[in-house]
Design a protein around this ligand. Structure first.
Ligand code: GLA
Length: 392
């Protein structure tokens, strides 16, 4: 059953009446600019046609009761119990409930009215696959609470509050990219975001290409610790480099020439991490122009270079992601292939000539299964609009 129908059905069964509304927020795939959002760089994601759906009604009091249909689990909390980060019964909230609870906490903290909610949610976004299932949960609940609270925030502001929920309530030090893409997605477009100024624009996806997502079926492991370590290495690089470059605030401010001149002063592991970031920011600066000129071949080459850099310098790839990217890069019609998202498992993103996309997906599935013995899920995705309330 489609999650939209599932949440409606489960809501009516659980709460005894149909939901007032259904909110949805898409997942995302990132084409270029990986691990640069927390370095003030440029990213180029798209919201995709997989989403989290939340069927909801006001509860009429301050308690929120949530049913996660995918986990068949329920949790309840109030504003007071969220502040103390435990549920009404004094038990800690289950892992899945920390995302909506964190959103309520961040909205309240921003002074917004956040009424109690009855909600059932479900998603067709694979979890732990690098497609930002958690950001899609956060952004779906943010628009649900916006509808109930009677206020209206610009999507970028909702994204920032979702990031704050994840950073300060859930405890993952992610950047802004995922919540931004889920909140601000534009159908058939990539989004180009400057993660320092938060200015962004939508770039039409050239009509001759398709975006193909290839799920290795291997789920991420140790992501939070690996992610936070990478972040720390970037901060260490800025601290060291700023002795010679006193004006810099982030790796975004370091040119490749300056980096090459000064990198000898960095510990070897830190140098590798920082080199990825400095070069990836340079790639993402060039990418928008290539897309606008329709030079999809050159854009694809930047994606391939990004994968190599994530594999060799940032060291967030896995043998399965490497196999998926390498097989894809050798197939007809493939312009670029690389891991997408944080890494450590999950999916690759592929830019493919539209006319070749069907055969590409089949050959990639077959080649990957032969190489690894695993069954991948491969699909051609469409760029979608951002989080919203579904029309009745
Ligand atoms: C995760 C984080 C994002 C971003 C990517 C890597 O998805 O949530 O903020 O840092 O990893 O680009």
């Amino acid at each position: 059953m489609h999650p939209k129908d599932l949440v409606r059905q489960r809501f009516t069964a659980r709460f005894g009446a149909p939901p007032a509304r259904i909110a949805l927020a898409p997942a995302r795939v990132n084409l270029l600019g990986e691990h640069v959002d927390y370095n003030d760089g440029f990213v180029m994601p798209a919201a995709i046609d997989r989403a989290t759906y939340v069927a909801f009604s006001p509860s009429g009091n301050e308690q929120s009761t949530l049913l996660a249909a995918d986990f068949d689990d329920e949790a309840a909390f109030t504003p007071g119990s969220i502040l103390s980060k435990s549920d009404v019964g004094g038990e800690p909230l289950p892992e899945w409930a920390r995302y909506p609870a964190g959103v309520q906490w961040a909205l309240q903290d921003a002074g917004l009215p956040v009424p109690g909610i009855q909600a059932v949610y479900a998603s067709d976004v694979p979890r732990g696959a690098g497609l930002s299932s958690s950001a899609s949960v956060e952004m779906a609940f943010a628009v649900a609470w916006q509808a109930l609270g009677g206020w209206g925030l610009p999507p970028m502001r909702r994204a920032s509050l979702g990031q704050k929920a994840e950073n300060e309530y859930v405890g993952v030090k992610c950047g802004i990219m995922d919540q931004f893409a889920s909140a601000c997605g534009v159908a058939d477009h990539l989004l180009l975001l400057d993660c320092r100024s938060l200015e962004w624009r939508a770039l039409p996806i050239p009509p001759q290409v398709a975006i193909v997502i290839a799920d290795t079926s291997v789920r991420r492991k140790l992501t939070a610790s690996g992610y936070n370590e990478r972040r720390q290495a970037c901060e260490e690089a800025v601290a060291v480099l700023s002795r010679d470059l006193p004006g810099i605030r982030a790796l975004r401010d370091v040119s490749i020439a300056d980096f090459n001149r000064l990198c000898g002063g960095l510990p070897e592991a830190v140098e590798k991490r920082a080199r990825h970031v400095v070069e990836e920011i340079d790639r993402s600066r060039r990418a928008a122009g290539l897309l606008e000129r329709g030079d999809v071949a050159a854009f694809g080459r930047l994606m391939n270079a990004c994968h190599a850099s994530l594999r060799d310098l940032y060291e967030v790839s896995t043998p399965e992601l490497d196999a998926m990217a390498a097989i894809a890069q050798g197939l007809p019609g493939c312009l670029g292939a690389r891991l997408t998202g944080a890494g450590f498992g999950g999916c690759t993103v592929n830019l493919v000539q539209k006319t070749a996309a069907g055969a590409f997906a089949e050959d990639l599935a077959e080649g990957y299964a032969r190489a690894t013995g695993l069954t991948p899920e491969i699909y051609i995705c469409r760029a979608a609009d951002g989080a919203r309330i579904l029309a009745d």
